[in-house]
Design a protein. Structure first.
Length: 205
């Protein structure tokens, strides 16, 4: 069962409000890098952003609503990378998709690396029960996109089985991306090659 969103507030549509919303998220991400999930607070975010608490509460119901928005933004940016990758390779067949896995891993990791507070955001999406749905929704979306791409060239393969296999592959890829935020004993380029070899599976049966 999908957990409901922590905040029912919609993202602002007016440009000035949107800029304030994004500024609050940028500040929160930077603060996560400094103090972590346990210490960060809405008051701390407001002080750093030079905004009053009522300004923050126009957009977020509290600390975990901010974390949810950060998670959704990071997942959305990763999803855009996937969509562009699929568009580049899908017309060229299964082999092109399989051979492009390393490229996808590298581009996804670049997004994570550039996101302020990414390691803490990913930890929150794993460890905070009310945020797990954000990660699951994104993983299922990614799996749906991969299934649609592969199924065009594998019409005889059962879609449900294909979904399960690609969902497992997607989870492995995501785990490696997350691991690289903390593990300094593995060079990223080596990790991308190893995981690509692991995920370059035969999906034709």
């Amino acid at each position: 069962m999908t957990t409901p969103a922590i905040s029912k507030r919609s993202k602002p549509k007016q440009e000035r409000a949107h800029l304030t919303y994004e500024r609050l998220l940028d500040v929160a991400g930077a603060l996560l890098d400094e103090v972590g999930i346990g210490r960060i607070s809405t008051n701390m975010i407001c002080a750093r952003a030079e905004l009053t608490p009522p300004a923050l509460y126009r957009y977020f119901d509290g600390k975990y609503a901010v974390l949810e928005a950060l998670g959704r933004r990071l997942m959305a940016r990763k999803n855009i990378v996937l969509e562009h990758w699929v568009a580049r390779h899908v017309e060229h067949g299964v082999d092109a998709l399989r051979d492009g896995i390393e490229e996808l891993q590298r581009e996804t990791a670049a997004v994570t690396q550039s996101e302020p507070g990414a390691v803490w955001i990913l930890r929150a999406l794993h460890a905070t029960p009310q945020l797990v749905h954000v990660r699951l929704e994104s993983h299922r979306y990614v799996t749906d996109q991969l299934v649609a791409a592969y199924a065009r060239h594998l019409p005889h393969v059962d879609r449900a089985d294909l979904w399960q296999r690609l969902r497992l592959a997607e989870e492995v890829g995501f785990a490696v991306d997350e691991m690289l935020q903390e593990e300094d004993h593995i060079a990223p380029e080596r990790a991308f090659k190893h995981v690509a070899a692991l995920l370059r599976m035969d999906l034709s049966y």
